[in-house]
Write a protein that binds this ligand. Structure first.
Ligand SMILES: *Cc1c(COP(=O)(O)O)cnc(C)c1O
Length: 370
């Protein structure tokens, strides 16, 4: 593997996580146990969600949520064209069709003004995705859902610590919401997720679906059809330690993010994603739109800086064509543009100030010489 001067990511784990892991090993209880319960309580308190179940990862969490909402073959689910493939794949695995909507050119979240034109008689749900550490504008989405009798399932994979209007945690405003704890998310368990709901009936469905169609492990009677979407206490032990560090993680990431903004403020070829008033931001990366993205990335890579572009438009993914779905590029001008101009700069906690300065110097050097 290539050794980078500035890698893209490093999870912020250490002593505390290790201590908790030791405790799990000592008890010899590896599957969901005391730490899983504690993790659920911690996340509940932090997000304000009424009910939470664990899921083995965010992708499966979305799938679980869609199953609990009874999304099935023949249905359509509306979601932004700009997201990770998992948002669309979870829908496709239920048999439903993903129907894409363009994003706003401000903070790259789903454009609520373009949702209604995509709604048909088959539409059953809207899946807003809270992208790059900012909340989507949820109120108009809930309004449309209400009016049209649609479910809302929030993909808050990247939304831990992000509150809509400083008050409502992402993933707690719709019928179902998911937060991921994959290694590159704000807090991590390696793999893992929570599925949240404020609805007692949906909660019960989630419980059956996630654990072999029964409410309790250790029982061999399954009144319903279920699967295994469980986590382990090892993962939750890491999660509990991570949740305690959130404030620190947020602070360091914001400091790093602001340093980029400051160092690059006079570089007109680099445009920062707008930060909307209706949301705080917990930087997922420092996301910018840049001129000459491909060549800049090559230059940075040559200088030992690991680069990441933005998501590729979902409607253009090869798998959509192989499924027989047809989408028109003209419907997605913003996604098409930002997916070509986007660049994600690392903001992870153990990044050093001199590394950020180095990245910014190299960016400036690139534009000065071209
Ligand atoms: C990471 C991510 C997912 C999937 O979560 P996993 O835990 O990696 O399965 C889904 N949607 C978005 C927007 C993500 O960033």
């Amino acid at each position: 593997m290539k050794k980078y001067k500035v890698p893209q990511l490093e999870p912020y784990v250490g002593k505390e996580e290790l201590e908790n892991l030791k405790k799990v090993i000592k008890t010899k209880w590896l599957t969901e146990g005391p730490f899983s319960k504690q993790f659920i309580e911690v996340i509940k308190k932090f997000t304000g969600a009424k009910h939470i179940v664990l899921a083995n990862n965010g992708t499966m969490g979305l799938y679980l949520g869609l199953l609990a909402l009874r999304i099935k073959k023949g249905d359509e689910v509306v979601l932004p064209d700009f997201s990770f493939i998992a948002s669309a794949a979870s829908i496709i695995f239920t048999g439903a069709k993903p129907v894409f909507v363009d994003i706003t050119d401000t903070n790259l979240n789903i454009d609520p003004g373009k949702i209604e034109e995509k709604i048909t008689l088959k539409t059953r749900a809207i899946m807003p995705v809270h992208i790059y550490g900012q909340s989507a504008d949820i109120d108009p989405i809930l309004e449309i859902a209400n009016k049209r009798n649609l479910k809302v399932i929030e993909d808050a994979a990247q939304g831990y610590g992000v509150f809509y209007k400083r008050k409502y945690h992402t993933g707690t405003m719709g019928d179902v919401g998911m937060i991921s704890f994959f290694a590159d998310k704000t807090i991590t368990c390696g793999e893992g997720a929570v599925v949240m709901t404020n609805d007692d009936k949906i909660y019960e469905k989630l419980l059956y679906l996630r654990n072999q169609g029964r409410l309790r492990s250790g029982s061999f009677f399954s009144p319903k059809l279920g699967m295994n979407f469980r986590m382990t206490d090892l993962q939750c032990a890491v999660g509990v330690a991570q949740a305690k560090k959130f404030k620190e993680i947020e602070k360091i990431k914001l400091r790093n993010h602001n340093l980029y903004k400051n160092l690059l403020k006079d570089e007109k070829n680099v445009v920062f994603i707008k930060e909307e008033d209706y949301t705080n931001i917990v930087p997922f990366r420092t996301n910018v739109l840049v001129k000459d993205q491909k060549r800049l990335c090559e230059f940075l890579e040559k200088n030992g800086i690991m680069t990441r572009g933005f998501f590729y438009p979902l409607h253009k993914q090869g798998l959509m064509k192989s499924l027989g779905y047809k989408y028109d590029d003209k419907d997605f001008p913003v996604t098409m543009r930002v997916s070509e101009e986007g660049l994600s700069l690392p903001v992870f906690c153990s990044l050093k100030e001199e590394q950020i300065r180095y990245v910014c110097d190299k960016i400036k050097e690139f534009y000065n010489n071209c």
